[in-house]
Design a protein around this ligand. Structure first.
Ligand code: FAD
Ligand code: DLZ
Length: 525
């Protein structure tokens, strides 16, 4: 065979017609894209400063995403796909998604550019604008992950002021035939939320949650060398989060066998010694799409149907509601309310977060633990996020932008489509009641009821005034006094508002004075 023929064959082999982008949270092993190996398609993945710095992420989040991306690109290569995976330290890396794409499209003279629809508004806009500058064919496809389609969300969510989660959830149960008997819910009730409010007092042994101990020091060194700012502990030598599909399935299996029987019952409980309690820790694997929502839901439903004596209906339903209900619901709210949603500030709150949100060093024991474990594990469960850190931020009048930035950075599972509605909507009520029907706030009594935090706290849970009074108490009533006019039509909190109305002027003043003192000295609490 002559040299020119050899060269021609080599060139043909190298020919790339299509560039397909895979983002760091699009690691869907079963996506249709990968069913056929086409040597003319180049899959492009990239670790870039632009994504690693749009907010200060937790060190474990950056490590976890880079490791999971690396494992995913290795998997694609093993299957025979052609992949260009730009690492953070690669001198060719332009450190921005669109600059890298521009270079690669030109380099290969590609005639097609394809991408999966990003879950985040910012990137969605960025890729749409970038695509408009190209003179080649562009195609955006579905990620094939969610149980609702982006283009149909506005039909469900768009028109009314409020679309209740419960209404949405029932529709989804019927649509996907989950825990259903014909068109009726198994057990005749849709929702067992009332049964899911127990405190944990050590009565059931919590299984050791340590499933993996990856050594990701090399990845962490590369992140540090690239000078990417991070928060929290890296724990790179014994990294505990799943970073492959196989590992995500192991987390699911562990959850179903060991934790699901008690999930719903202790869903809202908090404890100083047990950060995970009976929670699944599946959010990271789900959000980067290593595992799909329906397979998780179906596995839980199957366990209940096969072992109803081990997994009671309220445990299975409580868990399924989180994924089939809440997870899809907040995504619907996000896509139908963006971009305005990101700047809502119903109460006009302006303060900055106290410094100890970045250190956990506060005398408030509940916040010390919730923040402390967030820094060490990149994890806190729902009630810690809502009723400890979120509750304090709302009562303290923190600007929702600051609250959003903190939540978007600190949790390993934080991506804007799910973080923003939960934070700005559910937790901060900054949307004025679109997502939640009342502000989620509490005084010390609720925290004490649901945890063991108050027992070893510097502050007294039962005092409202004085040096040792729990700040949650005065801040709670101060909040209702301050926002009375804005909230007065809300029937769900009418009891509290009536109490405010009945309060003597002296009492109000005392509450406000105590709260003002705490707010002025927030960094020292
Ligand atoms: P489990 O308690 O085991 O629940 C199972 C699954 O249900 C979760 O993995 C998650 O996929 C889903 N789920 C549960 N509640 C919600 C919810 N309210 N919204 C969406 N999905 C839900 N979740 C994120 O995935 N990313 C975030 O950035 C995020 N930010 C939050 C911010 C605030 C202020 C609050 C109050 C909640 C936030 N949540 C977020 C929801 C919830 O706290 C986490 O999904 C959960 O703690 C993850 O831990 P887990 O996997 O052990 O969950
Ligand atoms: C969160 C994140 C980080 C830290 N780094 C990258 C990255 O280097 N490359 C990448 O493709 N994606 C990364 N991501 C995830 C993206 O920010 C994510 O795709 C968007 O948040 C869209 O949901």
């Amino acid at each position: 065979m002559g040299r020119s023929h050899l060269l021609q064959r080599y060139m043909q082999k190298e020919k790339i017609t299509t560039i397909r982008l895979i983002l760091g949270d699009q690691l869907h092993y079963g996506h249709t894209w990968y069913k056929v190996v086409n040597p003319e398609v180049l899959y492009v993945m990239m670790e870039v400063k632009e994504e690693a710095t749009y907010v200060t992420h937790h060190a474990q989040k950056v490590i976890g995403i880079f490791a999971a991306m690396y494992n995913f690109s290795s998997y694609l290569k093993k299957k025979g796909h052609r992949v260009e995976h730009l690492l953070i330290g690669d001198p060719r890396n332009k450190q921005s998604i669109t600059n890298n794409l521009k270079w690669l499209i030109e380099e290969y003279a590609a005639t097609h550019f394809e991408y999966q629809l990003p879950d985040e508004y910012r990137l969605d806009q960025q890729l749409a604008s970038f695509s408009a500058t190209l003179s080649i064919q562009v195609n955006a496809v579905d990620t094939e992950h969610f149980l609702t389609k982006r283009e149909t969300l506005s039909d469900m969510f768009g028109v009314r002021k409020q679309y209740l989660m419960e209404t949405f959830y029932r529709k989804m149960r019927m649509r996907y035939k989950v825990l259903m008997q014909g068109d009726q819910p198994i057990g005749e009730r849709w929702n067992y939320d009332q049964e899911n409010r127990h405190t944990y007092k050590g009565e059931i042994k919590i299984p050791n949650p340590s499933l993996f101990q990856h050594d990701y020091t090399e990845i962490w060194q590369a992140i540090s060398k690239a000078a990417i700012p991070t928060i929290g502990e890296a724990s790179a030598e014994s990294f505990g989060w799943p970073t492959t599909r196989k590992e995500a399935l192991k987390v699911l299996d562990f959850f179903i066998k060991e934790l699901l029987p008690h999930f719903g019952k202790y869903q809202d409980a908090m404890h100083t010694h047990f950060s995970f309690l009976f929670h699944s820790r599946l959010s990271f694997a789900l959000n980067i799409k290593m595992i799909g929502p329906l397979e998780v839901i179906k596995a839980v439903e199957a366990e209940y149907l096969q072992n109803p004596s081990k997994v009671a209906l309220e445990q299975a339903e409580g868990f399924i509601r989180q994924i089939l209900g809440w997870r899809e619901y907040v995504r619907g709210i996000y896509w139908t309310r963006m971009p305005d949603f990101a700047s809502e500030n119903f109460f006009h709150h302006q303060r900055d977060l106290p410094k100890w949100y970045w250190t956990g060093q506060t005398k408030l024991n509940c916040l010390k633990h919730a923040i402390g474990q967030s820094l060490s594990l990149a994890y806190a469960h729902h009630i810690q996020r809502l009723m400890i850190t979120g509750n304090f931020a709302l009562l303290a009048g923190i600007h929702p932008d600051a609250v959003d930035r903190w939540y978007l950075g600190i949790y390993i599972d934080a991506f804007e489509w799910v973080e923003l509605p939960n934070t700005r909507g559910m937790s901060q009520y900054a949307d004025g009641g679109v997502l939640g029907s009342k502000p989620y706030i509490s005084a010390a009594a609720y925290i004490d009821k649901m945890s063991n935090y108050c027992r070893s706290c510097h502050y007294s849970k039962s005092l409202r005034y004085g040096e040792r009074a729990c700040p949650f108490n005065s801040l709670y009533w101060n909040f209702y006094i301050q926002h009375f006019e804005k909230l007065k039509g809300n029937h769900r909190i009418s009891m509290m508002l009536k109490q405010v109305e009945k309060m003597a002027g002296d009492e109000k003043l005392e509450i406000q004075t105590q709260a003002a003192y705490y707010l002025k000295n927030m960094n020292d609490l």
